[in-house]
Design a protein around this ligand. Sequence first.
Ligand SMILES: CCCCCCCCCCCCC/C=C/[C@@H](O)[C@H](COP(=O)(O)O)NC(=O)CCCCCCCCCCCCCCC
Length: 212
Amino acid sequence: MRRRRCCWNTTSLAGGGWSGARGVSPATRPTCILSAQCRFLNSLGTIFSFISKDVVTKLQIMDQLRSGPQQEHYSSLQAMVAYEVGNQLVDLERRSRHPDSGCRTVLRLHRALRWLQLFLEGVRTSPEDTRTSVLCTDSYNASLATYHPWIIRRAVTVAFCALPTRKVFLESMNVGSSEQAVEMLDEALPFIERVYNISQKLYAEHALLDLP
Ligand SMILES: CCCCCCCCCCCCC/C=C/[C@@H](O)[C@H](COP(=O)(O)O)NC(=O)CCCCCCCCCCCCCCC
């Protein structure tokens, strides 16, 4: 049950506004997200630690904004966008004056959420003997890869080869058997999609989808 909460919180943070996360206080939410993601990535081996490090850095940026002097403007995605755009706190052309704005940081996590959605959907619906490395590569190429330079694309594609089989992957999610993990994904994926769509619409409305 606790792990499921972390899953909801991950989706809330990445796209749909923080206020929707259920059952966990704002102070503990980032820690919960970090520990769930990092535990999972670390269980896949050290090669994934550089991915985990990037996620940690981005969550720390958001954590600082959420507890800083302007915290009232970071109570939801909508409030953050209104505040940062309205006060020219977002770099629109190149990353220079506001390299760690909330908008660009959340955008990176938002794009990663799309990868997660595609990947988990692939895991959920694929036959038992499917290689997760193939699912991961396909979902990465259809989402995050567009935004990554060649060197990162190459490194992560090699790293994906180290992913375990679909069955082992599902069991390492720690929600029980692989069948139970699929059931959990049935339940979680509509939330991920909903969160993704909300932030996609918000960012599109403000022309923020290509922030440098
Ligand atoms: C099965 C786990 C495999 C994880 C595969 C993750 C997808 C590939 C991500 C590649 C990230 C490469 C690292 C660096 C990226 C940054 O350059 C790049 C740009 O940032 P910048 O503009 O600030 O410079 N950062 C990003 O695009 C953000 C990447 C965020 C990756 C999030 C990955 C989350 C993985 C969570 C796995 C949890 C599975 C849960 C299952 C229930």
